[in-house]
Ligand binder design. Structure first.
Ligand code: DX5
Ligand code: ZN
Length: 219
């Protein structure tokens, strides 16, 4: 299976949101970073921007919502109604991780769990059989444009091993500092979805940024 690309609209020009989303129509996923200023030291956007992104997305594009918010279970139904295909919650953001995962599936959406770089991978184990996606943060969440943390590669390899042992078809996504320089290594480590903010929207054009990532993956 070819690796899927998930451009993060956090890095796009919000004055032209519709055009920016159209420019990434060839990407399999659209990554939507929701930040509340509590779980992470930054506030991004919420439900109305998700709804607008959904409207601008190409048919069949997977709208991948990364919730960097405290107690995400409070808002899962709202984000589902606004057009998310998948909702990903941080293991650090709720004492009721399993309940949050059940709620997402109950809403008919794909359930994801995500870990910060400083969180033990073992915290994933109890829910690993119940999720559709695991996201490994390769930067500390809160901001685009940070440098990839190299220890993330080994974390991806470990989770890939666990998913294979379970026979799980869950996606394994990586987020933060992904570029043409590390994309191939991440794919080789077992990642199936790569989030890319600045390496797509910071390129000469989003199309050129996507093409560069795809070329790096097929080398
Ligand atoms: C960081 C966000 C990322 C961010 C990635 O908190 O979760 O999705 O947009 O941006 P880059 O690719 O620039 O590191
Ligand atoms: Zn993200």
């Amino acid at each position: 299976m070819p690796v899927k690309l998930a451009p993060s609209i956090l890095a796009c020009d919000f004055t032209r949101l519709g055009d920016e989303v159209s420019a990434i129509a060839s990407a399999e996923y659209i990554h939507v970073d929701v930040m509340d200023g509590l779980f992470v030291p930054n506030i991004s956007f919420g439900v109305p921007i998700l709804a607008a992104t959904r409207r601008a997305a190409a048919p069949g594009q997977f709208v991948d919502v990364h919730l960097m918010i405290e107690r995400p279970e409070r808002y899962l139904a709202d984000f589902a109604a606004a057009g998310a295909d998948g909702l990903t919650v941080h293991v650090e953001s709720t004492p009721h991780l399993h309940r949050a995962v059940q709620m997402i599936r109950g809403l008919g959406k794909r359930a994801g769990v995500v870990l910060n770089p400083g969180t033990a991978l073992e915290t994933l184990r109890p829910v690993l059989n119940d999720v559709d996606l695991v996201l490994i943060m390769s930067v500390n969440p809160g901001f685009g444009g940070q440098s990839f943390l190299p220890q993330s590669l080994e974390r991806v390899r470990t989770v890939r091993g666990w998913l294979n042992e379970l026979g799980s078809a869950a996606e394994l996504e990586v987020d933060g500092g992904v570029s043409a320089e590390n994309a191939r290594a991440l794919a080789d480590a077992g990642a199936t979805v790569l989030v890319a903010g600045s390496s797509v929207f910071g390129a000469e054009s989003a199309a050129a940024g996507l093409a560069k990532l795809r070329a790096a993956l097929t080398q």
